[in-house]
Design a protein around this ligand. Structure first.
Ligand SMILES: Cc1ncc(COP(=O)(O)O)c(C=O)c1O
Length: 442
């Protein structure tokens, strides 16, 4: 792209495009990306930018993967789309079969939609209707962890109220309460205390309103948008078992954690629990297509069967189970085998862990932590808030130095594609630390 073409693009963008999570009154021009390959994005001037957050945590195998490109083209030549009520196709059935096999735990039914928010929205509606179909009309409250983020649609916002993004919409939300999240990090001396307090608070809610709760939805092991906050598997397990003992549907939002991010295919596999519903998106199509799934157990599904439409789930999207998206997701699953992705994931985790002592010794860093391929830390005395001035400064500095690292609030993190090379990891660490050195702290 020539320079004047680039400026033309930015000008037209400024005239016609409304970007997500963007204050157009203050935001700088967006970066025009013209191509991508592996871990790298290339801008209009040919500058390489390492995509160290996998483009909003999606591109698990890297950008423009030749094998996924081929799967996409092959599928386009065969069947690009068909409505999914009253019709089916091989890519959707194969994908549902493969995902349910990987999930295990009796999670055998896939409902398709097209992004993480809708996967969760569907799960909440399902949980509510499941209770209604069983005659449990009192169950209408949703619970989530404080700080959880489950998406931007109405129901998802209600169970994300602890994220702080949606105060404006409080009046529109359905009934939802938050329970404390016992966030922790290596060397956290208060971990046990925080977990006990959180469990006590949860018990109180169960004692007061347990019979009115339809579902608990949670981000397993890692709260992403809250600032990469991690909890222990034992804490999570305890919470899940307490909820399930009270007949509460437990929804695992694995939109961000799924597909190897936390070191296992799904985060719940580290917790020795069986969720009632699992929601998947983001890594599902390796950053290629909009697709999501809400996966439930067969006995749960059976509660929606009947002789009239009343008991059926009245929900559907035009692009549900889009064949192109399903074909891409199938290829992405195959790549885990073909490219030994879990070996790479283990290497990334090991490298992150090797960097921990350096981070822990850094005067501007606190709560350095690693989970699978995710490395995160907080800035000492950093300001909270999605777009704190330091987070914007760092984001811009990193971008100018060829790194797509987008700190938010006081949290800096890396979440690279699994194809990242050792050299690129070194570049990422060096750049990340150099950026910290540019912070103007008095
Ligand atoms: C845990 C979690 N759930 C849901 C969502 C919403 O997904 P989407 O942006 O695809 O609607 C996100 C997005 O970041 C997420 O991190």
């Amino acid at each position: 792209m020539k320079n004047h073409d680039k400026q033309g693009l930015i000008d037209r963008d400024a005239l016609h495009v409304w970007h997500p999570y963007t204050q157009h009154g203050t935001e700088k021009d967006p970066v025009a990306i013209v191509r991508a390959s592996g871990t790298s994005l290339f801008d209009a001037e040919g500058h390489e930018i390492l995509d160290l957050i996998s483009s909003w945590w999606t591109c698990i195998h890297g950008h423009a993967h030749p094998a996924i490109n081929k799967a996409l083209c092959d599928q386009a030549g065969q069947l690009e789309h068909v409505m999914f009520a009253g019709f089916t196709h091989a890519a959707a059935v194969d994908l549902a079969q493969q995902i349910t096999q990987q999930l295990g735990q009796g999670l055998s039914r896939v409902f398709y939609s097209d992004n993480g928010s809708t996967a969760n929205e569907v799960a909440l509606k399902m949980a509510y209707q499941y209770c209604r179909n069983k005659g449990q009309h009192k169950r209408r409250i949703f619970l989530s962890f404080d700080g959880d983020y489950h998406g931007d649609t109405m129901g998802a916002m209600a169970v994300s109220r602890g994220s702080g993004f949606f105060k404006l919409f409080e009046g529109l939300m359905c009934e939802a309460r938050t329970i404390p999240f016992a966030a922790t990090f290596p060397g956290d001396e208060l971990r046990e205390h925080k977990e006990q307090q959180a469990i006590k608070a949860f018990q109180q809610i169960l004692d007061q309103q347990g019979d009115e709760v339809a579902a608990l939805i949670l981000e397993p092991l890692m709260q992403g948008a809250a600032g990469m906050r991690f909890c222990t598997p034992t804490f999570l397990r305890r919470i899940v078992l307490m909820a399930q003992e009270r007949g509460i549907v437990v929804i695992f939002d694995e939109v961000a954690t799924g597909f190897g991010r936390t070191g296992t295919m799904f985060a719940f596999q580290q917790c020795d629990v069986a969720p009632d519903i699992v929601c998947l998106s983001k890594g599902l199509t390796a950053g290629y297509m909009a697709l999501s799934m809400t996966v439930v157990r067969e006995d749960f599904f059976k509660e929606f069967e009947g002789e009239t439409f009343n008991k059926a789930l009245a929900h559907g999207h035009s692009y549900a189970a889009n064949p192109l998206a399903c074909a891409v997701a199938l290829k992405s699953l195959e790549l885990f085998e073909e490219e030994n992705s879990f070996e790479r994931i283990a290497v990334i985790e090991q490298r992150h862990n090797e960097l921990l002592p350096t981070l822990q010794a850094h005067p501007l860093v606190e709560k350095a932590r690693v989970l699978g391929t995710i490395l995160a830390f907080n800035l000492v005395d950093g300001a909270v808030g999605y777009k704190s001035s330091e987070s914007i400064f760092l984001r811009d500095w990193y971008l100018q130095h060829g790194l797509n690292i987008r700190p938010y609030g006081k949290t800096v993190y890396l979440m690279p594609p699994y194809c990242i090379t050792d050299e690129q990891i070194d570049t990422a660490y060096d750049g990340m630390l150099q950026g910290l050195g540019q912070l103007n702290r008095k």
